[in-house]
Design a protein around this ligand. Structure first.
Ligand code: DOR
Ligand code: ZN
Length: 332
């Protein structure tokens, strides 16, 4: 059995920089036609110059592959209308991090408060620049996303024309909130469709499955699966593939992030096939995102075959999800 996906899109991707960029960028550009590139470098991507230079480094790393890096800026509340008007030509979205909530987010906003962020959000709304948010509070780790839902809802109500993307949602509360507001959308990762907290810490600790937001309860995973498998038009695939060197993962103080880019398409095909929903994979991996972000990607057809694929133990010392395990689908 085979399936062809037209123009697969990864709407949330960490490509890093320098040597890591050279290792991971070709693994995404091989299977995907475009990706939303996260700006949480050190220092973060905050100027048009940064965006252009980072995009060029990505293009250098992928060589001739037909792949478009869709760039983002790291949200700052001093971005004004004039700056954003000029930036719009070079970016697809702006990513907002609460300060210190995850890897390289120290320069994020100290409080996600609609009134203090209003000038920037109003300008983004007028210029039709989508706002991507890492939505977690600084509360107890299992409640962080739940506690952020009222913030999402407040922003969605205060800026009804602003497209807000709830990034890497992990809870049923987020799925429910998404449905209550026309201008809320969400990305869903591969790993949050496969794992719960039990897989991370229920037995021996699995550092390669440790990420932010942490995987939640079985009923949360079920809620995510439901909207992904039905390819609900408000959700789209965003891997949040977040590579770290093996030494940074297999260490006390394990870095957060699951590296899924090279195995994302086979693992998604396996999942949708298992649930008898292969016909919805195209919408989840590409069509929904095109509508939400209102763009036409480069044409690229990727064919997958139902055939055993043994996931490599590592890619230059970056360990992928399912390392050494067998998946039932492979990219041809
Ligand atoms: O687990 C994560 N890793 N979550 C994030 O939000 C950031 C990411 C990273 O950049 O490593
Ligand atoms: Zn991320």
């Amino acid at each position: 059995m085979k399936i062809t996906i037209n123009s697969p899109l990864d709407m949330h991707l960490h490509l890093r920089d320098e040597d890591m960029l050279k290792v991971v960028a070709p693994l995404s550009s091989k299977d995907f036609t475009a990706a939303i590139i996260m700006p949480n470098l050190l220092p973060p991507v905050t100027t048009i110059q940064d965006v252009k230079a980072y995009k060029q480094r990505i293009k250098d790393a992928i060589g001739d592959d037909n792949f478009e890096p869709l760039m983002t800026l790291f949200f700052k509340d001093n971005y004004d209308y004039e700056f954003l008007k000029e930036a719009k030509e070079y970016i697809s979205a702006i990513k907002l991090y609460p300060a210190g909530i995850t890897t390289n987010s120290e320069g994020g906003v100290s409080s996600v408060d609609a009134s203090s962020l209003a000038p920037t959000l109003k300008a983004m709304s007028e210029l039709e620049i989508p706002l991507c948010i890492h939505g977690e509070s600084d509360g107890f780790v299992m409640d962080r996303e739940k506690e952020f839902v009222p913030v999402y809802e407040h922003l969605a109500t205060a800026f009804p024309k602003l497209k807000i993307i709830m990034e890497h949602i992990t809870t049923k509360d987020s799925v429910d909130a998404l449905k209550r507001h026309d201008n809320l959308y969400a990305t869903i990762t591969l790993h949050h469709l496969y794992i719960t907290l039990d897989d991370v810490a229920g037995g021996m600790l699995q550092p390669h499955l440790f990420c932010k937001p942490i995987a939640k309860r079985p009923e949360d995973k079920e809620a995510l699966l439901q909207v992904a498998l039905e390819a609900n038009p408000k959700v789209m695939f965003g891997s949040d593939s977040a590579p770290h060197p093996k030494t940074a993962k297999e260490a006390p103080g394990c870095a957060a992030g699951v590296f899924t880019a090279p195995i994302a398409l086979p693992a998604l095909a396996q999942l949708f096939d298992k649930h008898g929903k292969l016909e919805n994979l195209q919408a989840f991996i590409s069509d929904n995102a095109q509508k939400i972000y209102n763009f036409k990607p480069l044409k690229k057809d990727i064919t997958l075959k139902k055939e055993e694929f043994e996931v490599p133990a590592n890619y230059n010392n970056v360990v992928p999800m399912f390392a050494g395990e067998k998946l039932s689908w492979k990219v041809l």
